[in-house]
Design a protein around this ligand. Structure first.
Ligand SMILES: Nc1ncnc2c1ncn2[C@@H]1O[C@H](COP(=O)(O)OP(=O)(O)OP(=O)(O)O)[C@@H](O)[C@H]1O
Length: 722
């Protein structure tokens, strides 16, 4: 604990896990009793199987976390491995996160005085971390934890962030680590770049601790409105908006209830040029924070009337589950589009910003979001330019060692001893466990029994098992290359005249290999952070809360994932980029399966139609011949199309498509002759297809001729009769 007096063992039997009080992308958090002294603690169970991360990294981060000694940063008492889980023992924050609180009772956000206090405490935590060379990378309302006595702590430092790193610290600073992950629109798991600074999203640009300042600014908006800006948009859209739009801010009209001072602070944080953002230290000197009330006065009252945290969490889970059950599953094709869009745009990481910008320009924006270009803005929000240009302080290395327990750490080793901590006079929160314990003794009786540790562990195992059934493992090139059928169709439609340039460009995009791809993990459930997000009546869901991640999640990269919600984005992209077709081509339409172009049956009579109509009405040749000619034309066009499509597709794509649409069998591959067999098989298949069409045409011609002769005979006998 902060003073270092309390010690906790690394024996799991010493902990009795009670209710679930939160969950995130990688972990479930339980209230727990430390049996040797009856302290109430929080135990965060991180599923190592799902993390795909280097254990040394986890150990290092756990050690770092245990060295933290600041009243506004959650510290790990100790950490140890239990089966496939890493248990991190922490102080129990009895009122949960700000996000939980907003979702429960403040859907439109908090009042300014509470926001000021919360942000001030968070800034103190950031100032401490930055001073010691750490970037938090995940500042958000879901990670700002509240205790019953008004103490505010920044949580989720270190361990979670490292879970998705690959051990290369330098590289990790240029990837999507620390991405906020929560449930937007009530969707299963959507990790969104909602709080990510532009420089974090821009590949190769690198970022430093100023990224935390940006996130703090977004968190301020989150606390002010009850949700982060752009929260209703799919992740890729948010990513693009963050990169190319003006920074969000507090609007003069919409946010009249907030002071000029608060608006100024938000604008200072949300400067896109990281060098112009103020440091945490400097921000703390702003009058907004100088005047902020102590949290005991402004924050404590927020939860005074509320039921205990675990009941709130349960109620929110039920509410979310009920809302999710009402939603329909998107079609498999939509999922494929979403996945393809995301993989093409984001997960390859070396994505083409210009291409994404083009796509973003096709997405219709909603009235609520002003897609004003940066140069046009400034009328609605402050823009602050800070002359200071602080450089990054990179985290000092910690030697990898055993996962540590707090009693093994001498006070002299704690980070707080390495520098002056201006907040040292703040009250310690050591007693909160006892307060919470007292509360738990009276309130646990009302709850259904969830305190069996074995049951919890069993549940954890079940969840892990489920997660294994989902897509996981490193992001490999094949995943990225496997474009959906629909996307290819759309690309082909755009490149309607099949100019070789366009086709080449498409193939270039397809061939891009991921570079900094992190592990592809599929969390088995929604982040608890999601609980505050508004539910949007579109999108898909399965009716079980635990299945919801699988239901919609397309991909997670680090903390960044895409779900079928992205389909809204994709759906919004009109296909009208292709020029209008000529009347001659207008009978062509795109079928459900990619590359399968067919004729519009409404406009063109089928052979069956022709057959039956001629049989029953004895149509004259003058009527039937145009149909026959038409049919002949169609067949020729079809042949051409098949040839063109086959020519424009990569062998791998042909194989992939073939296996999916069932029209062409998978092509055999030969390593011996470098694909010679493959080429000849393709030709053979094509010839078969052509000969099928030809024989169909022959049969139809014969039938038509027969009918023609019959019709002529009838006409003759009819004229004779006259
Ligand atoms: N010490 C604690 N006391 C009480 N509740 C906690 C504590 N730590 C975490 N929680 C709750 O559990 C939730 C999930 O925890 P946490 O954010 O650490 O998990 P995570 O897997 O890292 O999530 P994410 O990656 O989505 O941020 C938090 O949003 C909070 O509501």
């Amino acid at each position: 604990m902060g003073g270092g007096q309390k010690t906790y063992t690394t024996n799991p039997d010493d902990y009795k896990l009670l209710e679930e009080v939160g969950y995130g992308a990688s972990a479930t958090v339980y209230r727990a009793i430390y049996l040797p002294n009856n302290d109430v603690v929080a135990v965060k169970c991180l599923d190592l199987d799902r993390c795909n991360s280097n254990l040394d990294d986890i150990r290092r981060e756990a050690q770092t976390m245990s060295l933290i000694d600041h009243p506004n940063v959650i510290r790990a008492f100790c950490s140890f491995v239990v089966n496939q889980n890493l248990w991190v023992v922490m102080p129990f924050m009895a009122e949960g996160s700000c996000l939980h609180l907003m979702k429960t009772a403040y859907p439109d956000g908090f009042e300014e005085s509470a926001i000021g206090s919360i942000l001030k405490e968070t800034l103190k935590a950031l100032e401490y971390l930055h001073r010691h060379g750490h970037i938090h990378r995940d500042v958000k309302a879901g990670n700002i934890l509240l205790d019953t006595n008004g103490v505010i702590k920044l949580g989720d430092f270190g361990v979670s962030a490292c879970m998705f790193d690959r051990g290369d610290r330098q590289r990790s600073r240029n990837t999507f680590v620390g991405t906020p992950c929560w449930l937007v629109h009530g969707q299963a798991i959507i990790s969104s770049p909602l709080l990510m600074a532009p420089e974090v999203l821009q590949p190769g640009s690198g970022y430093d601790f100023k990224a935390d300042i940006w996130s703090l600014g977004i968190t301020a908006l989150e606390l002010a409105h009850g949700h982060a800006p752009f929260s209703k948009y799919p992740p890729m859209k948010v990513l693009l908006m963050t990169i190319q739009n003006a920074p969000p801010g507090l609007d003069y009209d919409r946010d009249k209830r907030f002071s000029k001072s608060f608006k100024e602070v938000v604008a200072m944080c949300l400067v896109k040029d990281q060098t112009k953002r103020p440091t945490a230290e400097k921000l703390l000197k702003h009058s907004f924070f100088k005047q902020a009330k102590p949290p005991e006065l402004s924050v404590k009252k927020l939860f005074a009337e509320l039921p205990p945290l675990w009941n709130r969490v349960k109620a929110l889970q039920l509410k979310d589950a009920a809302q999710l059950a009402l939603k329909k599953m998107p079609s498999a094709e939509q999922e494929a589009i979403s996945q393809s869009e995301y993989q093409r745009g984001v997960s390859a990481w070396n994505f083409d910003i210009e291409d994404l910008k083009f796509k973003a320009s096709l997405v219709q924006d909603d009235d609520e979001i002003q897609d004003i270009r940066e140069e046009d803005v400034n009328s609605t929000s402050f823009v602050y330019n800070d002359a200071s240009n602080s450089k990054a302080t990179i985290g000092k290395p910690y030697s990898a060692s055993e996962i540590v327990c707090s009693d093994e750490v001498a006070p002299s080793e704690s980070l707080s001893n390495t520098g002056d901590t201006p907040e040292s006079n703040l009250p310690e929160s050591d007693n909160k466990g006892n307060i919470a314990l007292e509360r738990s003794r009276t309130k646990t009786e009302q709850l259904p029994s969830t305190s069996d540790k074995d049951a919890v562990q069993a549940k954890s195992r079940i969840l892990t098992g489920r997660s294994r059934q989902t897509q996981s493992g490193p992001l490999v090139a094949g995943v990225v290359l496997n474009h959906s059928k629909s996307e290819r169709t759309r690309n082909l439609e755009r490149c309607e005249n099949e100019s070789s340039h366009a086709v080449d460009k498409m193939h270039h995009q397809v061939r891009r290999a991921p570079s900094f791809s992190g592990p592809l993990n599929l969390p088995n459930r929604a982040s608890g952070n999601s609980l505050s997000a508004p539910i949007k009546p579109s999108g898909g869901y399965r009716d079980s809360l635990e299945d919801k991640s699988k239901a919609n999640l397309v991909q997670i990269k680090g903390r960044f994932s895409v779900t079928s919600e992205d389909l809204d984005l994709v759906k919004d992209i009109p296909l009208c980029t292709a020029p209008r077709r000529s009347p001659q081509e207008s009978s062509l339409r795109k079928s459900a399966s990619v590359g399968d172009w067919i004729f519009d049956s409404k406009q063109m009579p089928t052979p069956k139609d022709i057959n039956s109509s001629s049989v029953h009405s004895n149509l004259p040749a003058s009527v039937l011949m145009p149909h026959l000619q038409n049919l002949f034309q169609q067949t020729s066009v079809q042949q051409d199309l098949i040839l063109n499509l086959l020519n424009s597709l990569q062998p791998a794509e042909v194989a992939s498509e073939a296996s999916q649409n069932g029209k062409l069998p998978p092509l055999p591959r030969s390593s011996e002759n470098n694909g010679a067999v493959e080429v000849s098989d393709r030709e053979r298949l094509l010839l078969t297809k052509v000969s099928e069409l030809q024989s169909r045409l022959t049969i139809l011609t014969e039938e038509l001729t027969t009918e023609n002769i019959g019709g002529a005979g009838n006409q003759e006998s009819w004229s004779h009769a006259q």
